[in-house]
Design a protein around this ligand. Sequence first.
Ligand code: GLU
Length: 480
Amino acid sequence: METVTRFAPSPTGYIHIGNVRSAIYPYLVARQNNGRFILRIEDTDRERYVEGATELIEDTLKWLGLEWDEGPLVGGEHGPYFQSERLEIYHEWVKKLLESGRAYVDPTPAEKVDEYRKQCQEEKKPFLYRNFRPSELDTEYKEGLPIRFKAEPKEYDWEDAVMGPMHAGPETQDDIILIKKDGYPTYNFAHIVDDALMGVTHVMRGVEYLSSTPNYLALYEAFGLNVPVLVSLPHILAPTGNKKLGKRDGAKSVTEYRDDGVLAEAMLNYLACLGWNDGTEQEIYTKDELVERFSLDRVQNSGARYDETKLLWMNGQWIRRIFDEQGARALYDRTIDFWPEVAASASEEYKLKVLSIIYDRLKTLSDLKEMTAYFFADPAIDMEMLKSNKFLKKLSEAELEDLLKKSIAKLSDVSDWNENTLQDALNELLAETGRKPAELFSLIRIAVSFAPFSPALNLTLDTLGRDTSLARLNEVARSI
Ligand code: GLU
């Protein structure tokens, strides 16, 4: 049987880190089995609908490389893929339940339902609507009134691919609403119909749907449907405490990380491994490797903690990997939007050179802004920074000046300015002055960059070029 999975987001805002695994895992399972991955937009809650959210969802999936085989933009034979365009289908399906006596039109006003709920609260009893179900059930399809399922509560045993064997008693099943009075279906009903019509074999979603699963099992049964593989994905926990990561804890949208210079490869890698591992020590996976290695039975059944430091570490690894495996140009192509403003008029060739000496220090591409500005414009001279440096603060002003002058003289003598001749000159300078490398190199490095750190000194000087390097050193020597 063909494996069919789906990601079924509600367009209520951006996709954040906490809920994107419900897209990644179904994608991996579909690809691994040469199956289909469907994107379905669950837009039946008109009050929570957010304009533009569908585009954000599409953008996020595209960026992560989770291409869908059926759904918005690409179409497919099981459409429409927006639930709001499938109302007739839900109405047809609910009619089947009305006919078989497993659904009823409920004339009870909402205020009355609230009263029942309050009554139960006061009596400290769980609120089950089925206990208040009208005595005469109206099974004639009507618009303008909610249609409810008629529960026939019982015990259920089932297997959740991540949570393991599950059991639920009759108290978990109720007369849930199938069609609301506005004519739109509830999630509870619509997803059962759609998953069935779209041939979905694996339903993967957040663990928050686990408690409703007995109601879903009752619906599958009432329709005579096969139950798909049910997969509950545990929450992703906020960095501290024991609550799930939510928008309120500052869970950023996935694409905000893109704008902050995180690579899609790193994001996918990090999120896939949040609460899953293949049993080895491997941490860096390409998308193809994830497709090959992923398995639902190694998804943790407890919450995984979101750790931004780890994400950024992984991003650094991916930046290096792209440079080392695909070349400077491939990485450069990803950096276009991340250079400091002062680099705007610099040549591509020069930026490539800067990137080649600095890439292995980047955690995100946006680090380029702060880390490379001095390659493009003279930095402001900050004598305080120079004199308070931990290696230089022991030196008197006279010593600093002397050392700078000797450095200028030595470097001025370098006729063929390149990384090797510069390294030789710096070594000679060390020998001649008797200074420690930390002292001498910190002085020159700070004088040409006034940055907290820079690449290896010979590479920095080589990239800056002879004229700029010497001019900056002279300027500092005058300022001491
Ligand atoms: N529309 C639901 C949500 O966004 C999807 C749950 C599911 O995947 O079935 O939470």
